[in-house]
Design a protein around this ligand. Structure first.
Ligand SMILES: [Zn+2]
Length: 134
């Protein structure tokens, strides 16, 4: 008897937690952002999912809207000397961004898993960006 496929929400949640979106048992990454070739627990080929630039794009989008924009409402940022503002804002911002990026990548891998696509496009398909061969 096979276990039912997880819901889209469960797959994304498992990806955010750095777990295999299919079974939730095994780690999703073998390095900071490097997805394992296959799940050690269920054998699902996790290395096939291509998030490409998606994690970076969504991390920048999140940081810009949820951290940087609200930070600009802090009055001390506009009044304090620049030599004090830059390290006090950029260092935590870099830390938050580096913490967020693998979670966003995990979420995207979970989303690709739940959609049943790997992010690859078949050569010659409508979404294939390469030049057609004559
Ligand atoms: Zn698994």
């Amino acid at each position: 008897m096979t276990t039912p496929a997880p819901t889209r929400f469960t797959a994304i949640r498992r990806g955010i937690a750095h777990r295999c979106p299919s079974c939730g048992q095994s780690p999703l990454f073998r390095k900071y952002l490097k997805v394992v070739d296959s799940c050690a627990a269920c054998g699902h080929p996790l290395g096939e999912y291509r998030a490409d630039d998606g994690p970076a794009y969504f991390t920048i989008l999140l940081m810009g809207h949820l951290v940087i924009a609200p930070m600009l409402f802090l009055q001390w940022i506009w009044k304090a000397p620049i030599w004090m503002v830059l390290p006090l804002t950029l260092v935590p911002l870099a830390g938050i961004t580096l913490w967020t990026l693998p979670r966003v990548k995990g979420a995207l891998v979970g989303l690709l898993y739940s959609l049943g696509t790997t992010g690859h496009h078949a050569p010659g398909s409508e979404l294939d960006a390469s030049e057609p061969t004559a």
